[in-house]
Write a new protein. Sequence first.
Length: 111
Amino acid sequence: MARFGFIVLAFLLSLDTASADDSAKSYATFCAMCHGLEGKGDGVAGAALPVKPANFADPKFWEGKTDEGLKKVIKEGGVANGKSALMAPWGGVLNDAQIDAMVIYLKTMKK
């Protein structure tokens, strides 16, 4: 019985973590259409937007940014953070661990 409890606990813990591969897949699914596969703000849908998506490869984007601020925008969306209404809130789709991992992934796009 103890072994079963350990297996269940391990499974539940795995649901609340995110790997780099998971972050790349989530980024490709939820972000790349606007931000582009390399995060340059040049996604297919982003080209048609009146407010251009953030360019994560631009060092100027990162000036003054904090992890907490980035997490808040990803979780709550643009409107809740004084940004474009076209930036969707992803907190209903991504859990906190996935959002934390997404911020780490976005930082890999810095030049």
